[in-house]
Ligand binder design. Structure first.
Ligand SMILES: Nc1ncnc2c1ncn2[C@@H]1O[C@H](COP(=O)(O)OP(=O)(O)OP(=O)(O)O)[C@@H](O)[C@H]1O
Ligand SMILES: [Mg+2]
Length: 665
């Protein structure tokens, strides 16, 4: 039998249809297909590149698209495939020349699968992990895009067939790995990049071009001519983008309710600002709405969720630190909403999560084979809420909160102070409860349009945004901070300013329907409320250090500090686990017991381990000294004293009675 891939055989065959003419014909066909590999800006490739998978799906259904373009498979010697997108027999067909009994050659057609197009060669940011992007309509005629790793094209190709069947591709005859052969032969010119996180991506070779990658099979929101970035991550942790209703309806039914409600204006603006975290390193972090039950705190999060998706877009704190870490990574550059802090099981998880969320990096973990596994990376602006604040939560659970944590996580009172819970303007509703319910139910009907509209404008205005924001941030800071402001207040101010800015931009771009100035007004109001709750512009750590020392003295002076006056009194009660001494000051030593004022000599070991626990002892001593609560030598922050019974003087921290001063000295 003549082998059609053996051209010598075929050329010499005298059977009808064979001979040199047959060889020329086959080579001609192969040549035509090979031409298909040359870059050509076909309509279909362009549509795929600019993110219009729906156009392709529509073309599939209407049968108007052409099949001869760069996505058409190339013919390799022996096996030839044809993609028929329309006509009576759409599908991928294998064309095989076979000799009939009469000795003639005949083209036998084998149906491989429903129309399957290989549109892009895909690789990651480092040009590794090559894959192919294939698309087809599943059994429900819904367009599917599936990434096929090139390594699946090894071996018998069964893994590929299984994958595509699972995604709903109708496969006919796959004998001998025809499907694999077909995919392997297709090497489209169009390229795409692969990413495992959503959010902003710069082109690998041209950082001025930007795309916002959305989860699932959604098209990115991209600048003109940007690379096509494709999301390739399994699992359910990522943001649940989905839409219902139009932007105009969302504006009318949800955004409108924010007018006159500072907290709702602020919550929605914070949602928009999640897409602007790149403007300044101090923007990523979060806000925590704190306050009693039934204020409308959850309603604020439901409303924010409606920027991107349905109510299920919002998450709860009912997660481990690792759970928070991965779900945060799935919300990079998008609003991340965590409802009800009290649901968090383990306070240690909360503390870790708060740090992680704002630092933008998950924990580095080792892997069995050595080295570090990829850490989760995220850049986000989150909102959370709870009946209790973060600090109180940690304290109740005997975890320590640091000002660093608290500033990453600005706590704002959920109560607007107008007697209506979180609200100030009920828009005609009977009471706060009805209004909260209205916010929740409207947000569940109209959602998922505003954030994408916002991002589309950010892509266009990127350059000017940076300049405008820098200007606005300076104005915000000079209006709200004095020279006394510590780094923590300045950092927080940048985040509040960004929220105001994002809300104003959304208004300017016609997304919110608010008046110019509404959003920035709300940001100013929230900053003032936060500052008040934080305790002023000065950094909080120094205050916390002094508070801790004061609390220790109040709780332990009588039991842990021996009474200097009874040093030689054998009947004096024994001081267990002694941490130092207490004695009247020189000025009051002669007064009656009731009138005496005490100072405290603390052993350095006890000072470091207990009074300064969790802080740098040197910093604590400095702060005490600055406030007149510590007496010391010129050279050291301690004094040298011979304690009763000791052969020679040793060093002590000498805390003065000033430590007993008011809460805020
Ligand atoms: N401003 C309000 N005034 C009075 N009742 C309210 C107010 N806001 C909400 N409620 C009541 O509380 C219910 C829950 O609302 P929402 O979840 O938004 O409040 P919350 O502040 O998160 O409360 P919780 O801390 O208990 O979760 C509403 O269905 C409503 O009945
Ligand atoms: Mg709630």
């Amino acid at each position: 039998m003549t082998d059609r891939s053996d051209f010598n055989d075929l050329a010499q065959s005298t059977a009808p249809g064979d001979g040199t003419e047959a060889v020329r014909r086959i080579l001609g066909v192969a040549f035509e297909h090979a031409k298909g590999l040359v870059p050509r800006a076909s309509e279909k490739a362009a549509a795929a590149r600019h993110g219009k998978a729906s156009d392709i799906a529509a073309a599939d259904e209407s049968g108007t698209a052409t099949s001869a373009d760069s996505t058409t498979p190339a013919t390799m010697a022996g096996d030839e495939f044809e993609l028929r997108r329309d006509g009576v027999s759409p599908g991928v067909w294998r064309l095989k020349w076979e000799r009939t009994k009469a000795g003639k050659f005949e083209c036998v057609e084998q149906f491989v699968c429903a129309p399957l197009e290989i549109t892009h060669m895909v690789r990651d940011r480092n040009d590794d992990e090559w894959k192919r992007l294939v698309q087809f309509c599943n059994h429900d005629r819904r367009m599917r895009r599936v990434m096929v790793a090139d390594e699946m094209l090894e071996g018998d190709g069964l893994a590929l067939a299984r994958l595509l069947r699972a995604k709903g591709l109708y496969i006919g005859d796959n004998k001998g790995g025809l499907l694999k052969m077909y995919v392997n032969q297709s090497r489209p010119v169009a390229r795409a990049r692969l990413t495992r996180r959503i959010g902003w991506h710069e082109d690998v070779h041209d950082p001025s071009r930007w795309s916002f990658v959305l989860p699932d099979e959604r098209e990115p929101i991209a600048a003109d001519g940007a690379e096509l970035w494709l999301f390739d991550q399994q699992g359910s942790g990522h943001a649940k983008f989905a839409s219902a209703g139009t932007l105009a309806e969302w504006q009318q039914h949800v955004a409108r309710l924010a007018i006159g409600n500072s907290r709702l204006l602020f919550a929605l603006s914070t949602g928009f600002a999640a897409g602007l975290c790149w403007l300044h390193p101090n923007i990523p972090g979060g806000f925590h709405w704190a306050g009693g039950s039934s204020l409308g705190k959850s309603a604020l999060l439901y409303a924010t969720a409606s920027l991107c998706g349905p109510p299920s877009y919002r998450r709860t704190w009912l997660m481990t630190a690792t759970g928070v870490e991965w779900s945060a990574a799935g919300h990079c550059d998008a609003p991340y909403l965590l409802d009800e802090l009290k649901q968090a099981g383990n306070p240690r998880d909360v503390a870790q999560a708060a740090y992680m969320l704002a630092s933008g990096q998950g924990k580095s973990r080792g892997q069995a084979a050595g080295g570090l596994r990829d850490t989760a990376e995220f850049r986000l602006l989150f909102q959370s809420n709870g009946e209790i604040g973060l600090r109180q939560f940690l304290e109740e659970s005997r975890e320590k909160s640091y000002a660093g944590q608290e500033v990453r996580f600005c706590e704002i009172p959920g109560d607007a102070g107008a007697g209506l819970g979180a609200w100030e303007n009920l828009h005609g509703h009977a009471d706060g409860a009805r209004f909260s319910e209205a916010v929740q139910s409207e947000a569940a009907r109209y959602y998922g349009t505003a954030y994408c509209a916002f991002l589309s404008s950010v892509v266009i205005e990127r350059e000017t945004l940076q300049r405008e924001f820098d200007k606005m941030r300076q104005q915000f800071e000079s209006a709200h901070l004095t020279e006394k402001a510590g780094g923590q207040a300045i950092r927080a101010a940048t985040r509040f300013a960004a929220v105001g800015f994002a809300g104003e931009m959304a208004t300017e771009w016609g997304i919110t329907g608010w008046k110019s100035g509404d959003a920035v007004g709300a940001a100013k109001r929230m900053f003032t409320d936060w500052l008040h709750a934080f305790g002023g512009e000065e950094n909080r750590e120094p205050r916390r250090m002094v508070e801790q020392v004061r609390d220790w003295i109040n709780a332990n002076a009588p039991s842990r500090l021996a009474d200097w006056r009874r040093k030689s009194d054998d009947h004096a009660p024994r001081t267990e686990n002694q941490a130092g001494w207490r004695r009247p000051t020189k000025d009051t030593a002669h007064l009656t017991n009731d009138e005496q004022v005490f100072e405290y000599l603390i052993y350095p070991g006890a000072f470091r381990a207990e009074l300064a626990n969790g802080f740098d002892p040197e910093q604590v001593a400095k702060e005490l000294s600055r406030r007149g609560c510590l007496e010391h030598d010129k050279a050291r922050l301690m004094v040298k004293v011979r304690e009763p019974g000791a052969p020679k003087p040793t060093w002590f921290y000498l805390i003065t009675p000033a430590i007993k001063g008011g809460e805020d000295d």
